[in-house]
Design a binder for this molecule. Structure first.
Ligand SMILES: [Zn+2]
Length: 239
């Protein structure tokens, strides 16, 4: 089985594929429009949950007032975070939005999915300030991993694990009970593979991630752990 703890769905095809194959996961909405689209594609009692939040890349152009009603409907907040590698939004604008989002999530007992790139150190004091259940998606930083583990974060392992030593290090060091797997969506898979990835190749790439995790941890039947961990994280949003 495949468990996709963090992904984006540009159209309905990936969601339909996952629904047809009973694949569980958390799909991300970065705007009210995306949230509405996802809501129409998902079925009641779907095993796929929605996370909603303002991505750091959009910190400047998204409106908190427009996103707030969407965050109120979502039981998981994300992906939110800090990034100075893949975007050039001013740090102070990102940090203000990030803290506002973290405060909202903590006050409303909603777990959080984090996007961190280049500013892993700067995010730590804020995560310590706002106690919550955090999961860091595709952590690929060579440093600070111990501090994130000490915060009891979950970590979803991205498709680059077969070639990225920093991601392999996450699998090595993080306790088994805190590991998740993710695709980050078909566009991210294409980016990672540096070639167009179709829906037909989705499962085999996700299986490759699980096989890599089994090889690194020495754990057989990694999918059992991945299922339990994903269900435990989702349960934080329901209690
Ligand atoms: Zn993402």
């Amino acid at each position: 089985m495949i468990y996709d703890a963090h992904f984006h769905a540009e159209d309905a095809s990936l969601l339909q594929y996952m629904q047809a194959n009973n694949i569980k996961g958390i799909v991300n909405a970065a705007s009210p429009q995306e949230f509405q689209r996802l809501s129409t594609w998902l079925k009641p009692n779907d095993t796929i949950k929605i996370s909603a939040g303002i991505h750091p890349w959009y910190a400047q152009r998204s409106s908190w007032e427009q996103m707030l009603p969407i965050m109120e409907q979502a039981s998981i907040i994300g992906e939110i975070g800090l990034d100075n590698v893949w975007c050039d939004v001013d740090f102070s604008i990102q940090a203000e939005l990030f803290e506002r989002s973290l405060a909202y999530a903590a006050q409303n007992y909603k777990p959080v999915i984090l996007h961190l790139k280049g500013l892993e150190k700067e995010a730590l004091p804020l995560l310590k300030k706002y106690k919550n259940h955090y999961f860091v998606h595709w952590y690929s930083c060579d440093s600070y991993l111990e501090e994130y583990i000490a915060l009891d974060c979950y970590f979803s392992i991205g498709p680059s694990v077969y070639k990225d030593q920093a991601v392999q290090q996450v699998v090595k060091q993080v306790p088994l009970q805190r590991l998740l797997s993710e695709s980050d969506g078909l566009s991210a898979l294409s980016w990672c593979e540096q070639r167009p990835i179709s829906l037909q190749q989705y499962s085999s790439i996700m299986q490759r991630t699980v096989s890599c995790m089994e090889a690194i941890t020495g754990q057989l039947h990694m999918e059992v752990c991945l299922n339990q961990n994903l269900q435990r994280f989702i349960a934080f949003s329901e209690s």
